[in-house]
Design a protein. Structure first.
Lengths: 294, 312
C-alpha cells in the first residue's frame, strides 16, 4: 500500500483512504458491468417515456414499436398546454407543494428544536406522538377529513389540500436529529447574554439549520408534488386538479387510449422533480442517511 | 436518545429559567400540536367513531345525527366477499412486494458498496424512480406492459416468446403491479442499506477473507447478521407502503381484471365514493390495525432473532 501512496498523491484521491483496502480488494470488472446493465434497466422506462412522448400518436401505437422517433413532434405537449388545462394543474401542484414545504420548514424546525434542546413537561409524550403519527396511513383519516373540510368550507380548494400536510412528523424527526448535533454551549452562551428562549431559536439556532432545512424542503416538496389520494378526494372540479390527479383521471377516463398524450403528461409530472433531484441530490441522500426514512 | 441534555441538567436548579424554557417549548410546539389535533388525531378518532355508525354521504352536513349501529359494519365487512378478496390481494402485495423489494435493494447496495468508482453516480441513478410520481410511472408502465407493441412483449418477441397481456390476466396483473412497485421503491431501501453496510467494519470482512471464507459465507455470516437492525427497519417501512397499495392499481388496472388487483385502500376509496362513509371508515380501521400489527410483529420477530444472533 505504501508503494501506491506516492502515485496516488499526484492524482486527486478517488476514494476516502479508509475504503482503500489494498490491491487484493480491487473491484472486479464484472461487477461494474452488472451494475451498469442494472442501471440501464432502471432508467429505460424514463427514456421510453420521453422518446414516445415526442412521437405522433400513430407512431406511438405502431407494432412493432419504433425506438428513436421517426418524426419528432411537440404536438402532444401542445395539446396538453393549449387544449387541455395543464398550465392550471401545474400551477395548482406548484402552489400546494410550495405552501406545504414552507409550512413544514417553519413548524417542524420549531418543534424539532424544542424536542432536541429544551426541557419541558410533556416532552416525551410529544415525541412519542410524533413517532406514532409516522404510522398513521392516509387512508384512515381521509373520510373524516373530507367531512371536516366540507363543513368548514374548504372542500374543492387548494387550502383544503394544503392544511392537513402543513406540519408532518417526518420533518420534526429530521430537524430534531439535526439540532441535537449542534453544541449546547451556543444556547447557554446566548442565555448568559440574556437572550430569550424564542430569540435563541430564531437568531442562534435557525441560521445554523441550513443543511437540514434544505434537505427537509426538497423532500417535502417532492412528496407533496407526488401526493395523490388526498388531492384526489378534495378536488372536485377540473380547475382544482393537481398534476397527478389530472393525469390519473385522464388515464382512466376518455383519454385512456391517447398514449402519446398521457406519456407527455407523465413527462410534465416527472421531469421537474427529476431535475430538482439531480441538481440537489446530495441533500436528499444526507437526509435519508440522517433519519433512515424517505 | 438522551432526552436530558447536559445544559438542562446544569440549569435545573434555576427555576425561572426552567419555566421560561417550558413556556417557550410549548409555544414552539403549538402550531404542530394544533395541526396534529385537528388534522390527525381528530380524524383518527372520528374515523373510529364513524365506523360504528351508518353514516352516509347525505349526513355530511350533520355528521352527529347518525345512528349508532355497533359492530354492524365490521360484521358486514367480514362477510363481504369483495372485502375478503381485497384483503387477500393486499396480503399478496405485502408478501410478494416486501421480500422482492428488499432483495433487490440489498443486492444493489452490496454491489455499490463494493465498487471503488462511480458509487455516487450509481446510487443516484438507482434512486431515480423513488422521486417520481407513482401516478406518472404507472401511466408509463401501463404502456410498457401493453400486449401488442409494449416494450416487454417486444423484447420477449426477440427471443421467440409470445408475451401475454400482462395486465389483462387475473393471475399476472397483480405480480406485474408488484414488479413495477419494486422498481419504483427499492431505491429508498438501497440507500438505507448502503448506510448500514458502511457501519460494518471492513476489518472483520477482511479477516474472514484471509481465513478463506467465501464471498457467500461472508455475506451470510457477517454482512447479514450485522445488518439485521437495518433490515428490520427496512422491512417495516416497506411493509407499510405495500399495505397501502393503491395508486398503481387505480391507474394501471382500475382494480381489475375481476378485482384481482383491488387493494384494501382501493376498497375504502370505492366505498367512500359510493357514499358509504361508516362502512369505509370501518374498512380503513381494519387496515390501520393491520399496519399496527405488522409493525409490532416485525419488531418482535426480527428483534428476537437479533438477540439469538451471534453479533452483540
Amino acid at each position: 500500500m505504501s508503494t501506491l501512496t506516492a502515485e496516488k498523491q499526484a492524482a486527486p484521491p478517488k476514494a476516502p483512504a479508509s475504503r482503500d483496502g489494498g490491491e487484493w480488494r480491487r473491484t472486479p470488472g464484472w461487477l461494474y458491468a452488472v451494475l451498469f446493465v442494472g442501471l440501464f434497466l432502471v432508467v429505460i422506462p424514463f427514456v421510453w417515456m420521453l422518446l414516445s412522448s415526442l412521437k405522433p400518436e400513430a407512431e406511438v401505437r405502431s407494432v412493432p414499436p419504433t425506438w428513436w422517433p421517426e418524426t419528432i413532434t411537440l404536438d402532444n405537449y401542445e395539446t396538453l398546454f393549449t387544449k387541455l388545462d395543464f398550465p392550471t394543474y401545474f400551477m395548482n401542484s406548484a402552489i400546494v407543494a410550495l405552501a406545504v414545504t414552507a409550512g413544514n420548514m417553519v413548524f417542524c424546525s420549531m418543534l424539532g428544536y424544542a424536542l432536541a434542546k429544551l426541557d419541558f413537561p410533556g416532552k416525551k409524550a410529544l415525541f412519542a406522538i410524533v413517532l406514532g403519527t409516522l404510522m398513521i396511513p392516509g387512508v384512515v383519516t381521509f373520510v373524516p377529513l373530507f367531512v371536516l373540510t366540507t363543513n368548514i368550507g374548504l372542500s374543492n380548494s387548494l387550502i383544503g389540500m394544503i392544511l392537513p400536510f402543513l406540519a408532518g412528523p417526518f420533518g420534526v424527526f429530521l430537524m430534531r436529529q439535526f439540532i441535537q448535533s449542534l453544541p449546547d454551549e451556543l444556547i447557554q452562551a446566548a442565555r448568559i447574554d440574556g437572550a430569550g428562549e424564542l430569540r435563541i431559536f430564531f437568531s442562534v439556532i435557525l441560521p445554523l439549520c441550513g443543511p437540514a432545512l434544505a434537505t427537509l424542503g426538497i423532500l417535502t416538496f417532492l412528496t407533496s408534488w407526488n401526493n395523490f389520494l388526498w388531492p384526489l378526494v378534495v378536488a372536485q372540479t377540473e380547475d382544482k386538479y393537481t398534476l397527478p390527479v389530472a393525469l390519473a383521471l385522464y388515464s382512466v377516463g376518455q383519454n385512456a387510449t391517447q398514449y402519446g398524450l398521457l406519456l407527455a403528461g407523465s413527462v410534465v409530472v416527472v421531469l421537474p422533480v427529476l431535475a430538482i433531484f439531480l441538481v440537489l441530490q446530495r441533500h436528499i441522500m444526507q437526509g435519508i442517511a440522517m433519519t433512515g426514512i424517505k | 436518545m438522551s432526552t436530558i441534555s447536559p445544559s438542562t441538567d446544569r440549569v435545573r436548579h434555576v427555576d425561572p429559567t426552567r419555566r421560561q424554557q417550558a413556556v417557550a417549548a410549548w409555544a414552539l410546539a403549538l402550531p404542530f400540536v394544533l395541526l396534529f389535533v385537528v388534522f390527525s388525531l381528530g380524524p383518527v378518532l372520528a374515523s373510529l367513531g364513524m365506523s360504528f355508525t351508518d353514516m352516509r354521504r347525505t349526513d355530511i352536513r350533520d355528521p352527529f345525527a347518525v345512528n349508532p349501529v355497533g359492530l354492524d359494519n365490521y360484521v358486514q365487512l367480514v362477510q363481504d366477499p369483495l372485502f375478503r378478496k381485497v384483503t387477500l390481494n393486499t396480503l399478496l402485495y405485502l408478501l410478494l412486494g416486501v421480500p422482492a423489494t428488499m432483495a433487490v435493494a440489498l443486492l444493489v447496495a452490496v454491489g455499490i458498496n463494493r465498487v471503488e468508482r462511480f458509487s455516487g453516480f450509481l446510487r443516484v441513478g438507482y434512486y431515480l424512480p423513488v422521486v417520481t410520481s407513482i401516478v406518472a410511472v404507472s401511466v408509463v408502465w401501463k404502456f410498457l406492459y401493453r400486449d401488442n407493441g409494449g416494450l416487454f412483449n417486444t423484447v420477449l418477441g426477440w427471443v421467440g416468446i409470445d408475451g401475454p397481456g400482462w395486465l389483462d390476466s387475473t393471475t399476472l396483473a397483480l405480480p406485474s403491479l408488484v414488479l413495477m412497485a419494486v422498481w419504483r421503491n427499492f431505491g429508498t431501501l438501497m440507500v438505507i442499506f448502503l448506510a448500514g453496510l458502511q457501519t460494518i467494519p471492513q476489518e472483520v470482512d477482511e479477516a474472514a477473507e484471509v481465513d478463506g471464507a467465501s464471498g457467500w459465507a461472508r455475506f451470510r455470516h457477517i454482512t447479514l447478521p450485522m445488518l439485521r437492525p437495518t433490515l428490520l427497519f427496512g422491512a417495516v417501512i416497506t411493509g407499510l407502503g405495500y399495505l397501502q397499495f393503491f395508486e398503481e392499481a387505480f391507474v394501471m388496472t382500475k382494480g381489475g381484471p375481476l378485482d384481482s388487483t383491488r387493494s384494501a385502500t382501493y376498497f375504502t376509496f370505492d366505498q367512500f365514493g359510493f357514499g358509504n362513509y361508516g362502512y369505509a371508515a370501518a374498512a380503513s380501521y381494519l387496515l390501520f390495525l393491520a399496519v399496527v400489527l405488522l409493525t409490532w410483529v416485525q419488531f418482535r420477530w426480527l428483534g428476537e432473532r437479533d438477540e439469538k444472533g451471534a453479533t452483540r
